[in-house]
Design a protein. Structure first.
Length: 296
């Protein structure tokens, strides 16, 4: 299922928001939800406005294998996606939090499927998908408890004090302030931070994560990248600032492709500062290029 929306060519064409809403409806129907289920879930939420669009982005960009297709492989995956939606909707106060919970569950599914493909490489694709679905469904309560643990660790690491940067300062002063407050910079909503940590912490060097809670290791890696990394992007807007920092990783570390192609890897952190001073990381993860190519 393609997550990119075409640009409308004429006034009569659907808007990108309408296309995204339709893609979400198709994905939900594929997972087993009826039109009535979708309508009841959405309630009075406008399907082309932010909360529903945020959920659309989470579901469509984090597509499950075979999503949108038919056949035995698709049937083997559908229960896993249905469980992800159930997990996402059960305690979310709004669709933004629902999106974060969906992404969090999907990160565990991806890790589970990768483990199954490695351990059961002699299985057919359908058998692997069935095994991954079975494992993730039985791990639901563990995932729920893990999320609680992740948020607890996040609160221990970041506490209630948050970074605040004055965007009226000079460029150099803003960068210096970001580096000075690196230990206070988080990623906004707790569940979003936990999701990013679970998805990317294994991309950190072993010595930065061994023996540490994944959330602690991830936040430490974010802090180190901001403090010690090279400033690779800085852009001032009228009401905000975007800044990116990167640091090199030793050969063989970071996100390594399955085919073993030698890579040049860096840890990348993208930050966003609002006019109010509110400062958060949009993401931090490893970026890779084949050796001999220069990273952008």
């Amino acid at each position: 299922m393609n997550s990119k929306s075409p640009i409308p060519q004429s006034p009569g064409d659907p808007t990108p928001q309408e296309i995204n809403a339709e893609k979400l409806a198709e994905a939900l129907k594929w997972s087993g939800m009826s039109e009535e289920d979708i309508s009841r879930t959405r309630g009075n939420t406008n399907p082309i406005k932010r909360p529903w669009q945020r959920l659309s982005a989470a579901v469509v960009r984090n597509d499950f294998p075979e999503m949108g297709s038919t056949g035995p492989e698709a049937d083997a995956v559908k229960p896993a996606m249905a469980k992800a939606l159930e997990f996402a909707l059960e305690k979310a106060p709004d669709f933004n939090e629902c999106a974060y919970r969906y992404e969090y569950f999907k990160a565990f599914y991806d890790a589970t499927l990768e483990d199954v493909e490695e351990k059961f490489h002699h299985f057919s694709e359908m058998e692997q998908l069935k095994e991954a679905t079975n494992q993730i469904i039985h791990a639901e309560e563990d995932i729920r408890q893990t999320l609680k643990s992740d948020i607890q660790k996040l609160n221990e690491k970041r506490g209630s004090t948050r970074a605040s940067v004055d965007i009226t300062l000079s460029n150099d002063e803003i960068v210096a302030s970001l580096r000075k407050q690196a230990a206070l910079i988080g990623m906004g909503p707790d569940t979003s931070t936990a999701y990013h940590a679970r998805k990317h912490y294994m991309e950190l060097p072993p010595e930065e994560r061994d023996g540490l809670h994944p959330v602690e290791a991830y936040l430490n890696g974010l802090e180190k990248t901001i403090k010690e990394g090279e400033l690779t992007n800085f852009k001032r807007g009228e009401n905000n600032v975007n800044a990116s920092f990167t640091r090199n990783l030793p050969p063989g570390q970071g996100k390594i492709p399955k085919d073993g192609t030698p890579q040049h890897n860096r840890i990348f952190a993208a930050l966003f500062v609002k006019k109010t001073g509110d400062t958060r990381a949009l993401t931090t993860h490893s970026k890779s290029e084949p050796e001999g190519h220069e990273l952008g």
